[in-house]
Design a binder for this molecule. Structure first.
Ligand code: GAL
Length: 815
């Protein structure tokens, strides 16, 4: 039977490599003790030289296998090492691997003796190697170095299951089925211990203890089992709203004895891109998504399962997306597992960025594509393979090869290949196109007919929009941050309005560190709808507000309600992102009026934003103004607050003049009217209260203040329970809030972070509140207990939170 032993702890690390390190007698005492995932160097948040992590380093670990027993094989499974590595055991070279995004294994059976201590040494080359993807030219992301994913020691019998590919079939109204191919590495066939008795494979499909099907097979060919489970009854489909998963349990048997077992998760669904759109289980699903980079502040890619899973949770459950693109490389299996569980579709892409290299480079690209598909083809969430280097030019031979490879390895899924060139050659099934046409004007998305090669009708998906067209820092002027949100919503609306577009995947989910050729000069691309700390910008609320209210109420105004924040002190319009049906606005407890979603501008959105264009509302009701004139006054006053007096047209001015005459007002009276209702100058307090109604019932309430002042530090953790096993972590957010609980984005304070108990802070312990808010990750140190983390500032009372760490594990080195 297989036995998997994590070897993520007890590594020793040096940011250097010398041949002398290969000697197993070398003392590791002076090396840094580290645990995996590990980054080769902790980076600052921004403003660093990206050369900092591009060096060769060395990881060493002593290994002891106490009771492997005779006739068993041993493997080292590496899930991800950036960018290339070479391995030795006791000074003997095992081999090497190139490529930082895909897993690899080495058989070490002949290198390990029971009960003996062995020395494993890994030389890690984290330079930007030009001989394989993604490098060779410029790249708009960083490939942080180190053994940044997990490593396991796997013990097996001589014959073991080396690969299993399950192909569930599902069509509404038809019986479900499952075709399975299982490959067995049958070392015994050619070893001295060859056994004559045949191998059998027993498979069972289960869910919650119930068995749905079972089969018992003999090998179809040496080392290969192929079988089908047909006419499966009562199978519930995997869907974005109910991601039902089944376990396919595989037992490899010989002479009645189980010699290996492997369980893979499967989901039954039909996912299909057609020229008319995307269809999941027979129904059209407009795709709404974002691109994700797998990076975090300080540690780059080196984050454990919980942080990977949390990103999927944010995208699906908080932002309400139904698809993510793993731009531009295969991402952590933990992230994909969570996508399966949460019902988030995935477009997974091979590593690269615009550049295509020489023949050696292309061979490597094809290897990486193959490794990606082999690793991930059982994930029901994956609905499309990206088989082109993101935004590269046409290359018939190369892309004919990648398409053929993908279709051979996985005939169940369609291929896509992301391009920014119109009318480029379509060798894939889906024309996946980055559409950056929207620059804030009337043109929002291009029609597929204008982009596709002449005369071609094909499935079509927008795989990027916005991004560099409108970077927005979370702490930018509110007009800019609100405009970013507005542009994303305009694209989502257009994607639904234009026939033939399956959906739109925006650029991007989270801000990310990048090379000097990109971003804002501080090595950050501020293209995310959330920042690098996963703190939302207004655009995140714009996405979240498209969720049905049953998935969480959203009510967020894209404004500080400060009189002078915007250019020319213009207060209006105020966009409110909400999935409520209507909003009632009160000012200092007095009813202003009711405001409704802006269906005219966003007819296709499930929940258009409410746009507050005037602050008079219904307050003139009962006044001497006629109902028609009240409307006119509202609109003129709103225009003045949005565009200034210069925004009034001749017609507006003429109407204004007539109003003055009609009601015998002079200019001062008129100004008083606008100022009284809108500016509230001189009033003691200036509270704007929003009440959101769903089906006529109050569902949310928010208060904003033109009179806001910074009043307290708040602290919250994503998780208050962590596990002591392998290293674990959670995100802690510290916010500077006003008296209404809203963020104070421009109040600059530093915060000192302390962690007491079995844990540590990732990154610096003295941080600035960036835009009034910062997050940090607290990691475990291997023992159980209570972690207390405290944020202190000079001006406000400290904020603290406790996190329980349960379970037991190996001691984890904090490095
Ligand atoms: C695209 C590219 C992305 C990112 C984005 C910025 O061209 O594919 O990786 O650089 O631009 O908007």
């Amino acid at each position: 039977m297989r036995e998997i032993v994590s070897i993520c702890s007890n590594w020793n690390y040096l940011p250097d490599f010398r041949e002398a390190f290969l000697d197993p007698a070398v003392s590791l005492a002076a090396w840094q003790g580290v645990s995996l995932p590990h980054t080769n160097i902790e980076l600052p948040y921004n403003g660093f030289d990206e050369g900092t992590y591009q060096f060769v380093s060395c990881y060493a670990r002593d290994l002891e296998v106490s009771a492997r027993g005779p006739g068993r094989r041993a493997f080292l499974d590496f899930e991800g090492v950036m960018a290339a590595c070479e391995l030795w055991i006791d000074g003997q070279r095992l081999g090497g691997h190139e490529g930082g995004f895909t897993p690899f294994s080495f058989e070490v059976t002949d290198f390990l003796a029971d009960g003996k201590r062995h020395r494993l040494v890994v030389r890690v080359d984290s330079t930007e190697r030009r001989d394989f993807p993604p490098h060779g030219h410029v790249v708009d992301y960083l490939t942080y170095g180190g053994i940044y994913r997990e490593v396991n020691l796997r013990l097996q019998d001589f014959d073991y299951i080396s690969d299993a590919f399950a192909r569930p079939s599902y069509r509404p109204g038809e019986a479900a089925g499952l075709e399975v191919d299982v490959a067995v590495d049958a070392a015994s066939l050619d070893s001295g211990t060859k056994s004559e008795s045949p191998l059998r494979l027993v498979a069972a499909l289960r869910k919650d203890g119930r068995e749905f099907a079972r089969s018992d097979e003999v090998a179809a060919a040496p080392g290969l089992f192929s079988f089908a489970m047909t006419d499966l009854d009562d199978i519930e489909p995997w869907d974005i709203d109910s991601p039902v998963l089944y376990d396919l349990e595989l037992l490899l048997m010989r002479e009645g004895r189980t010699i290996d077992s492997l369980t893979i998760r499967v989901g039954f669904r039909e996912a299909r891109f057609a020229p008319e759109g995307f269809f999941l289980n027979g129904r059209a699903v407009p795709l709404i998504g974002l691109n994700r980079h797998q990076s975090w502040p300080y540690v780059g890619y080196a984050m454990p399962a919980r942080a990977q899973r949390r990103d999927a949770e944010i995208l699906k459950r908080e932002l309400g997306l139904n698809i993510v693109r793993t731009s531009h490389y295969p991402q952590s299996r933990h992230f994909l597992d969570a996508c399966d569980e949460f019902g988030l579709l995935v477009f997974e892409e091979m590593p690269g960025w615009q550049h295509i290299g020489n023949a050696t480079w292309k061979d490597a690209a094809a290897r990486f594509l193959e490794a990606m598909i082999r690793r991930d083809r059982n994930h029901p969430s994956i609905c499309l393979w990206g088989v082109r280097i993101n935004e590269s030019t046409d290359d018939h031979q190369f892309y004919a090869r990648t398409n053929e490879l993908a279709r051979r390895l996985d005939p169940t899924r369609q291929t896509g290949g992301v391009r920014f060139i119109d009318k480029s050659e379509l060798l894939e099934d889906v024309y996946t196109y980055n559409d950056f046409i929207h620059a804030g004007g009337a043109e929002v998305l291009r029609k597929p007919g204008k982009v596709l090669p002449r005369g071609l009708r094909a499935p079509y998906l927008v795989t990027e929009h916005n991004g560099h067209m409108f970077p927005a820092k979370r702490f930018d002027n509110e007009e800019r941050v609100a405009e970013q949100a507005h542009r994303h919503l305009s694209v989502l609306n257009a994607a639904r309005a234009i026939p033939g577009i399956s959906g739109a995947i925006g650029w991007c989910a989270f801000d990310y560190n990048t090379h000097k050729e990109f971003g804002s000069g501080d090595r950050i691309c501020y293209h995310g709808v959330m920042d690098m700390f996963r703190i939302p910008k207004y655009a995140a609320f714009a996405y979240a507000s498209q969720k049905p209210p049953s998935k969480g109420i959203v009510l967020e105004a894209a404004s500080l309600f400060a009189k002078g924040e915007r250019s020319s002190a213009r207060l209006l319009p105020i966009h409110v992102y909400t999935n409520c049906d209507e909003i009632i606005l009160y000012r200092n407890d007095l009813l202003v009026g009711r405001y409704f979603p802006e269906r005219d501008e966003f007819p296709r959105l499930p929940h258009p934003p409410v746009i507050i264009r005037d602050l008079i509302g219904d307050q003139l009701d009962g006044s001497s103004f006629s109902p028609r004139d009240r409307k006119l006054i509202r609109s003129l006053a709103g225009k003045v607050l949005a565009e200034g007096f210069e925004g009034l047209s001749w017609l507006d001015l003429a109407r204004f003049g007539i109003l003055l005459l009609k009601y015998r007002m002079n200019l001062a009276d008129a100004e008083k009217l606008v100022a009284g209702y809108a500016l509230g100058w001189g009033s003691k307090e200036d509270r704007f209260q929003f009440v959101g109604l769903v089906d006529g019932v109050e569902a949310a309430r928010r208060t904003y203040g033109g009179d806001a002042y910074a009043s307290r530090l708040s602290i919250a953790a994503d998780d208050t329970r962590l596990s002591a096993g392998a290293w674990d972590c959670t995100r802690v957010e510290v916010r500077l809030e006003d008296q209404y609980g809203n963020l104070c984005p421009y109040v600059a304070e530093t915060v000192d972070i302390e962690v007491k108990g079995p844990g540590a802070v990732i990154g610096p312990t003295r941080v600035a509140l960036i835009g009034g808010c910062v997050a940090y990750w607290v990691r475990t140190s291997g023992s159980a207990g209570t972690i207390t983390t405290i944020a202190r500032s000079a001006r406000f009372a400290s904020a603290e939170i406790r996190i329980q760490v349960a379970g037991s594990g190996e001691p984890v080195s904090i490095g």
